[in-house]
Design a protein around this ligand. Structure first.
Ligand SMILES: C[S@@+](CC[C@H](N)C(=O)[O-])C[C@H]1O[C@@H](n2cnc3c(N)ncnc32)[C@H](O)[C@@H]1O
Length: 237
């Protein structure tokens, strides 16, 4: 008798039926697991945060944000020269983009990059309300910010890196867009501090960021700790 017709003890089913069930059920279970498993970074295994939708646009310009984040003090620390070419990746509605544009002046360029067209539309409104003409809007994808290569002095990521669903691909593309010795700067809520009232996957520790970025060809320069709740993390290409 062939194995297909053997009855498996206690089930009343043939071995063939049991084999078929295993063949069908295992891939289905794997698919269900993959759909519901949370994305984690392959090096640090931190949970990757959900992307903030355009519904959060008002929160990005909440009046108390200046007192909470000291955006101008953060940018002072970067000592950006006039004429610099910079990118604000995951720019949202442009809270940092317009500040960058004012700092680099008309001889500089700011690429305001986003993956959500609705955010870019609000960013464009905010720039024209301020009569800023040195901002170029860029619609990127989750794995490519679509920036020019070897062109940028600085790339700024404010409260964004922890949302990258394809962090390694994004960082590779960012690295390509920087000039030699160009800077990549991250502002991230302090993951080391339990008193910072932000969900854990939206915070990062200095060790986590270094562990993820250094293997991708970035040199850690310093962490500036002058902001109430966030690290300013500076890397060079
Ligand atoms: C919390 S908001 C911060 C916006 C802005 N940087 C600010 O501080 O006002 C995060 C933004 O990052 C964007 N984002 C998430 N993943 C991205 C990616 N892979 N590339 C570009 N932007 C991304 C989201 O669309 C969202 O607008």
């Amino acid at each position: 008798m062939s194995s297909c017709t053997h009855t498996v003890k206690g089930t009343g089913k043939s071995r063939y039926t049991v084999k078929c069930m295993k063949r069908v059920c295992f891939p289905i279970l794997l698919l269900v697991f993959c759909c519901f498993a949370e994305d984690v970074h392959p090096i640090t295994h931190r949970r990757i945060a959900q992307v903030m939708g355009v519904g959060g646009a008002d929160w990005l310009v909440r009046p108390e944000r200046e007192a909470e984040e000291h955006p101008d003090q953060a940018l002072d620390a970067l000592k950006l020269p006039k004429g610099a070419v910079v990118a604000d990746i995951g720019a949202g509605v442009g809270y940092f983009t317009w500040r960058l544009a004012e700092r680099v002046g008309p001889s500089g360029i700011v690429y305001g990059e986003e993956i959500q067209q609705e955010m870019l539309d609000l960013l464009a409104k905010n720039m024209s309300a301020r009569k800023l003409r040195n901002v170029r809007m860029v619609l990127g994808t989750i794995d490519d910010p679509k920036l020019p290569k070897d062109a940028l002095d600085l790339v700024l990521l404010v409260d964004v890196y922890h949302e990258f669903s394809e962090p390694e691909k994004m960082v590779d593309r960012i690295r390509e867009s920087l000039k030699p010795n160009g800077r990549m700067v991250l502002l991230e809520y302090r993951g080391e501090d339990p008193k910072v009232p932000i969900r854990p996957e939206h915070k990062m520790t200095v060790d986590q960021v270094r562990a993820e970025l250094q293997p991708q060809g970035f040199r850690f320069v310093q962490s500036i700790e002058i902001l109430p709740q966030q690290h300013i993390l500076i890397f060079r290409k």
